[in-house]
Design a protein around this ligand. Structure first.
Ligand SMILES: *Cc1c(COP(=O)(O)O)cnc(C)c1O
Length: 486
């Protein structure tokens, strides 16, 4: 059969009589296919046909027509998008499209926030929700959430009480502080401290400490949001006590020291220790606010980071930190200090907006009790102290369950802006998935539970530092699927 190459030649072709219009159409299609592409949207069925087909009936019965229509529309729309991008065509059969809609409807019922197995080797991964809670803290949350609680109620007198009345003495006991307050997170703790102490005045801070905490949030923005003006002193790598002293004016309301959270300035550096800054502040009748970021109760092995107690003992009037970093508790902000320094914070109207909810309070209190009595039961502390043998044994156990992979050495981190310079020797299971590491990692992320792995030199690595023994069976199931193409 001759092929028509140019539209312009159709009219002049000898075979185009009226009686041959069928052939003309046929040829036009052939033309379409050979020169342009065939209309790729042509195979997508109409919404109405999908709604009326047999496969759609059970979905309509269980989810209703409106939800089914919306799901089918979205399936058709995503097929159109794929076609527009030139991606391989989706299964455009009636059954295929209705099946996709069924999956969408089933997923709608699952919460978007789901469990993740953390194979990244970063213990406090901010994007993965930082600290997993101790079983004692989880039980306390369940208790508080499932019933009423004496949140602001004095059981002895039957009168209205203060929120978190039990937590504050516990915090004082653990850190040696005279007074304590808890708020929603670390940023809220700084915001409240500076709003109450320095609004309308100036806060002096070292230029090298104006850190971005992550997700685009910067400490200077939190300070100015609190109504204080920032006075930066020193150079990025060096600041001296005299720099602070020279910047103190009538307008100064506080000196601020911010822990270098997620980075270290190394080499030619100098910073002023808390004790010297506190002495300078007190000479001028000013408070020293120290944002430690990570709330260490006890010294961390091999770390020079100050504990909360050390910062307070060195003379800081207010010390702030997060509840879900090395403290290993829920998202929370801790504020510790002297009675005089904390009092204005307690009365500040922002406190109401920044207060902690009953579930987080319950988790925080349970975590603090563990720090006092059985710190080894706090998961984050336990993870920080794992031996290489323990990590190797876990990797071998996973290798055994899976029947594949190689145990290799790797390096993990505390993360969450804690101990940035300290690498933690770890072990990982290394795999070479048939579809390649990036595609396999993407599929693992979409599982239930999701698995977040590392990619190193084209291999897929599951670091054992932040994996628990309880994760291993599900980890093996997820990994087997990508290794065998199931
Ligand atoms: C993490 C961190 C914060 C913020 O704490 P969040 O609990 O995330 O709000 C503030 N300052 C420093 C130094 C930090 O490390």
């Amino acid at each position: 059969m001759p092929t028509l190459l140019f539209g312009g030649t159709i009219g002049s072709g000898p075979a185009l009589g009226n009686d041959q219009s069928g052939l003309f159409k046929q040829r036009l299609v052939a033309y379409d296919k050979e020169v342009d592409a065939p209309n790729p949207y042509r195979n997508l069925p109409q919404l109405q046909r999908l709604l009326e087909c047999d496969a759609a009936r059970p979905l309509e019965a269980s989810h209703g027509r409106a939800a089914l229509t919306a799901a089918l529309r979205s399936v058709i729309a995503s097929c159109r998008e794929r076609i527009a991008r030139g991606d391989p065509l989706c299964d455009a059969s009636l059954a295929g499209l209705v099946g996709d809609a069924g999956e969408l409807l089933a997923n709608r019922a699952k919460p978007g926030l789901r469990r993740v197995i953390n194979g990244t080797g970063i213990i406090l991964h901010t994007n993965l929700g930082r600290a997993p809670l101790a079983v004692e803290a989880i039980a306390a949350v369940a208790d508080a959430a499932s019933s009423y609680a004496n949140l602001e109620y004095e059981l002895e007198s039957g009168k209205r009480g203060t929120r978190a009345a039990e937590i504050e003495p516990l915090l004082c006991e653990l850190t040696g502080a005279e007074a304590a307050l808890v708020v929603n997170n670390g940023a809220a703790a700084i915001l409240l401290a500076l709003s109450a102490q320095a609004a309308g005045g100036e806060v002096i801070v070292s230029r090298g400490e104006l850190v971005e905490i992550g997700g685009g949030f910067r400490v200077p923005d939190v300070i100015t949001q609190g109504g204080a003006r920032l006075v930066e002193v020193g150079a990025t790598n060096k600041v001296r006590l005299t720099d602070y002293a020279a910047a103190i004016t009538e307008q100064t309301r506080a000196l601020l020291k911010v822990h270098q959270s997620n980075f270290r300035v190394i080499g030619f550096t100098a910073e002023v220790p808390i004790a010297e800054l506190a002495a300078l502040a007190h000479q001028h009748g000013l408070p020293l606010v120290a944002d430690l970021g990570s709330g260490l109760i006890a010294p961390s092995p091999g770390s020079s980071e100050p504990t909360l107690a050390q910062a307070l003992a060195a003379g800081a009037d207010i010390v702030t930190c997060s509840g879900d970093k090395l403290l290993g508790g829920p998202q929370a902000g801790l504020i510790l200090g002297t009675r005089t320094a904390i009092e204005p914070l307690r009365k500040h109207p922002l406190l109401r907006a920044l207060r902690l909810d009953k579930m987080s309070l319950a988790a925080l209190e349970a975590t603090l009790i563990l720090h006092r009595d059985q710190p080894e039961r706090v998961p984050v502390l336990r993870m920080m102290r794992q031996s290489e043998d323990e990590l190797a044994a876990r990797a071998e156990c996973l290798q055994g369950l899976l029947g594949m992979g190689h145990v290799v050495s790797s390096e993990g981190f505390a993360g969450g802006g804690s101990l940035p310079e300290e690498r933690i020797a770890s072990k990982a299971l290394a795999l070479d998935p048939p579809e390649g590491a990036p595609a396999a990692a993407a599929r693992l992320r979409m599982g239930h539970p999701a698995i977040v792995a590392l990619i190193r030199a084209d291999r897929l690595l599951i670091d054992m530092l932040a994996v628990s023994n309880d994760d291993l069976p599900e980890l093996a199931t997820g990994l087997r699927a990508i290794m065998t193409g199931d």
